[in-house]
Ligand binder design. Sequence first.
Ligand code: FMN
Length: 328
Amino acid sequence: MQIGKVKLNNPVFAAPMAGVTNSAFRIILKRFGCSLVCSEMISSYGIANENPRTFNLLQVFPSEHPISVQIFGNNPEIMAEAARVTATKADIIDINMGCPVPKVLKSGSGGALLKDSDLARRIVREVVDAVDVPVTAKIRKGWDNSDNGIIDFAKSLEAEGLAGIIIHGRTVKQLYKGEADWKIARELKEALEIPVVGNGDIKTPEDAKRFLEETGCDGVMIGRAALGKPWIFKQITKYLESGELVSEPDFEEQIEIIKYFVELMVKLEGEESAVLKLRKHLLWFFKGMPFVHQVRLNISRINTLDELIGLLDEFKAKGTVEKVKNRY
Ligand SMILES: Cc1cc2nc3c(=O)[nH]c(=O)nc-3n(C[C@H](O)[C@H](O)[C@H](O)COP(=O)(O)O)c2cc1C
């Protein structure tokens, strides 16, 4: 599998997720075999204006390559400038054409570009001309249910030099509701020459295989199924490779993975910011565990690394007790 000149080890990619896919999370996903990670969406204005907080989001470590960095905006020249800066870090630049957040839509960026194909085309043209790395776009299946123009829209972007496209099978108006439509990915794959990667509701190894078989797409992109379960990438890649269903790591191993993630987060973000961000990750990690409802409140109150590690050790003990209980 290849996007432009970038060779990828397997067809299983990680979706960009704002507030989630930072360096620490991406490094963990790579460890579990994800072939292409992606940053969260980054403002082209923030990059072009050298905003220090935006620049933090552009941090990339060697073990993250190959990596795609996603930018968003509504101005072709600013997007081109942001792309030039981003290309010093990224192997692929992805353009966000699907974000449904009202503030983003109001500015004419993200999903709003699906309604303005002239502007979307100009953005792709300027960005492609500005950089040597391949440029992709992440789109949705349309603006709303009455929008039937996505195939023509995608073809027009392909004609401007796009190297690949990612399709999330929901409309912008749908947000995250309802089921993702996989049929549209097949139609897109049939219509385009460039690689097409499908996204939306691919949650298990079996889903990934079925998606690739049903759509003929070149790859799958996994988002929410990786929250609290980074090992999903090992399970999916192994299953696609050999048909083998790898079981989840056992509880003790999961705790060790979380501790490694915590260590990375603290190293990269500093203790205070890391601990705050880790609260939501802990809830994802422990979702479905029989004891999690008892400790939900404790998770939301963690403020220091010591408290967090203490809680993990408490979970480990509880989890071990549960496991023993379940055995008898
Ligand atoms: C918390 C969160 C943040 C997201 N942030 C982005 C983003 O920055 N850029 C983007 O293109 N999509 C973003 N998405 C959408 C995902 O990339 C993906 O398209 C969507 O979740 C559907 O895939 P899934 O069913 O595998 O989760 C986000 C989704 C979630 C849940």
